[in-house]
Design a protein around this ligand. Sequence first.
Ligand SMILES: Nc1ncnc2c1ncn2[C@@H]1O[C@H](COP(=O)(O)OP(=O)(O)O)[C@@H](O)[C@H]1O
Ligand SMILES: [Mg+2]
Length: 437
Amino acid sequence: MAKPSKDEEEIAVPAPVFSVTAKDDKDKIALPDAHDPVTGHGRWLYEGRLGEGGLATVFRAWDCKGGLGFVAVKVLKKHSKAHARHAFAMHRESQWSLERLHNRADPRYSEEHAKLFARYLEDHTGFVELGPEDFEERRKDFESPSFDWYKQRIDLPIASKPYVVMELVKGETLQVAMPSMSATEKRQVILQCATALEYLERFHMIHRDFRGCNMHLIAREKPNESCQLKILDLGVMISSEAGMEVNCNMAVQAFRRRGETEEKRKRYDWLPWEVRSACDELQGAVKNFEPPGHSFDAFSLGVLILHLLLGKTKARSVLDSLQDHPERTPDGCGIGVPKELLGNLLAEAAKRPRPREVCAQLVPLRLKSPQKEAAVSAEKAEATPAVPSCHTVSLDLRAFACLWGLQTYDDICRVQRFSEHSSRTCVRTFGRSAMEI
Ligand SMILES: Nc1ncnc2c1ncn2[C@@H]1O[C@H](COP(=O)(O)OP(=O)(O)O)[C@@H](O)[C@H]1O
Ligand SMILES: [Mg+2]
């Protein structure tokens, strides 16, 4: 890997230990394996803070010794024997990527789907050296309901704070980008979210933290180009295998304390109804999710759609009333989401559609200018060889959309391959009525 260019070298080098948000010394973070330009020791040349969540702080860094170039280094905030379960969670999140989502040797691997997730590159949590060699076996040990993180204290075989290294993801969080997104971008993001969840379902995994602050919009919509989403933070991701829904192991449970006030608890809006009610009762029954496995993230996607439609504050107040008044579900057709689909995502677990169904049920957006639509249709029709006429116009429009899997304007134009004349009529009819489906 080439050295940083002249410009990059001129960036001020932070001291190996620097303050993050910090008012006093106890908040300072010791950055692991930090490069010291004087002695040449240390691998990561830290450049600044990319973000921070409940578990970790993430830094942009240059790999001075391993050839990875620019990366994101995620460093655990708290570290002690008492916090070993957080180090395990960080180990597990990197292994979900290394061993599953981004593992080309896995028969379920798909490059197109995998690129929707940030790729983890290295695991420096120490857990690779603990317990069984195989990740699956190790996970079984440390996630066993009988493993007690308070009693069986773990000494990690590492000198620094536990950390993992990831691909550096560009762009800004979806949460920040949201107010400036176009309707088309919002629809594209929803489609990519559902596609990402479809991939997780293939691996029987549940993200459980599927919300705007854990996603980056890495490219915005341009003429002839779609926007692109990247999903981050597999920190509370668990397997949906049988028994996990009630597993009381502290590394499997999450969100047990949402806060003392109703105001604080409201912030956990992406948690499904059935999970949030079990969250705050520390002595009560554990409910990590309710089968079917996709139902947790499907609910969170419903909440994300509400945020995209209404903005965060209004989304939260509307959501509050939906459990008792599902008829108040807003219509999301303006961003491609039929009211019924959104209602089902936010309904009880058994009713929530599988990610694949979400993709299929998204509707095309109304085009901005009817003249432009007509011009594009005519142009495409001209370029398409005539084929025998069909009578799709008489079909029920909803069945028609399902039958052809119509999702985008391009999809609609594809219909023209079946008939030059009648399909144009059909496309116009469908285009007009799609909003009413
Ligand atoms: N690979 C990455 N590249 C760029 N920024 C990142 C990356 N990973 C995380 N971030 C930023 O850091 C923030 C916190 O990271 P996250 O993984 O969500 O931490 P936590 O597990 O503590 O919630 C994210 O909201 C995101 O903006
Ligand atoms: Mg996070």
